[in-house]
Design a binder for this molecule. Structure first.
Ligand code: 9MR
Length: 343
């Protein structure tokens, strides 16, 4: 038997031991006891099959929607609101004691055609306010957090050119936060981004500066999302990520690890799986140790469905369960990491 096989048998046994050694506690419970909500982004149909429901009940203290809460799905036409799937997800969460994070109120990639009719600042404000207020009033008191705006920055730290920037102007973000706060004062308001995890990177620094300015001026904001769509074979600057988390903590801002997936080369090599496992466990350790990280949400849960293979050819297997819906070693290693992390 080669060394890799021995290593993986040891890893499997260690994983199983960790789960049972904690009184058979679920990932969800173990993490919640340490102040962290774990969960997944769901497709609308995930809440029906018995097998997936079991997985969600075991793993999720928080859920979000991969697609059905986006504008393009929610309100594809001016006079048509698609409430069915979001209503069902919210009801499922309530039935199962899970929080809901709404993804997302505004995102440049999910704009229905009718938004192009807006021309003036007044048009933009009226449209955005109506949308935010309609949704947040309907679900008032039932949604834990909203990704109010998704992906507002360019890589160089300037604001992304969107219909909201064009019609309303650069204050559209604080305007959206104020409208959201007025509609449901108890909901946590987040801004969500990718490539914003490491301090010292232009986009991360611009986001931090904006959020700090909001805090100083009393603009309502509770947290920021770091999507963390990562690759197992890319470098990860843990020190820079922790520095960033800590400067957010210093200004009272929570963080969601909001769309985590660690893609690997689909090459069947144990080294690739190991690298993925190591990075997932590092992320989980960071989330547990940096106390302003409140949620760890993976962008899906099984290899049956993930955005990764279509977007990164040759990569995949980025989530915790395989195509037979069996938990992978990486899942067991992450659960073990949580179980071992004591206050
Ligand atoms: O995973 C989502 C995929 O199914 C959709 O086709 C796509 C476009 O709506 O959005 C994907 O989710 C994205 C998320 O909403 C924002 N961050 C990047 C995610 C992956 O593209």
């Amino acid at each position: 038997m080669n060394i890799n096989k021995i290593a993986s048998i040891v890893a499997v046994s260690a994983g199983i031991f960790a789960v049972t050694a904690c009184g058979g506690k679920s990932m969800r419970k173990l993490a919640a006891e340490r102040g962290l909500d774990t969960g997944y982004a769901l497709a609308a149909g995930d809440i029906y099959p018995e097998k997936t429901v079991k997985i969600l009940q075991n793993d999720c203290n928080i859920i979000t929607s991969e697609n059905c809460m986006k504008w393009g799905y929610m309100r594809p036409k001016k006079d048509f609101w698609n409430w069915g799937d979001p209503d069902a997800l919210v009801a499922f969460a309530e039935k199962n004691g899970m929080k809901v994070k709404w993804h997302t109120l505004a995102w440049h990639q999910s704009n229905p055609p009718f938004l192009a009719d807006m021309k003036t600042r007044a048009d933009g404000i009226a449209m955005l306010d109506d949308y935010i207020t309609t949704i947040m009033t309907r679900y008032k008191g039932r949604i834990y957090a909203y990704d109010v705006i998704n992906e507002m920055f360019n890589e160089d730290g300037t604001l992304r050119d969107t219909i909201w920037l064009e019609t309303i102007g650069p204050d559209y973000i604080e305007h959206a936060l104020q409208t959201a706060h007025a509609a449901d004062p108890a909901a946590k308001l987040y801004l969500n981004e990718y490539n914003n995890e490491a301090a010292g990177y232009a986009k991360s620094d611009a986001m931090y500066a904006m959020v700090k300015d909001f805090k100083e001026r009393g603009v309502p904001i509770d947290g920021i999302g770091m999507q963390l769509h990562l690759a197992a074979d890319q470098p990860f600057d843990e020190a820079a990520v922790r520095r960033n988390l800590q400067r957010y903590a210093a200004i009272g801002i929570d963080v969601s690890f909001s769309e985590v997936d660690v893609r690997k080369k689909v090459d069947g090599k144990p080294e690739s799986a190991q690298a993925q496992q190591d990075l997932y466990c590092r992320l989980m350790r960071i989330a547990l140790e940096e106390k302003n990280v409140k949620s760890f949400i993976c962008w899906g849960f099984s290899d049956i469905h993930s955005w990764v293979p279509a977007s990164f050819p040759g990569y995949g297997e980025a989530l915790f369960y395989n195509t037979a819906l069996k938990p992978k070693l990486v899942y067991k290693a992450v659960v073990k990491t949580i179980a071992e992390n004591h206050e």
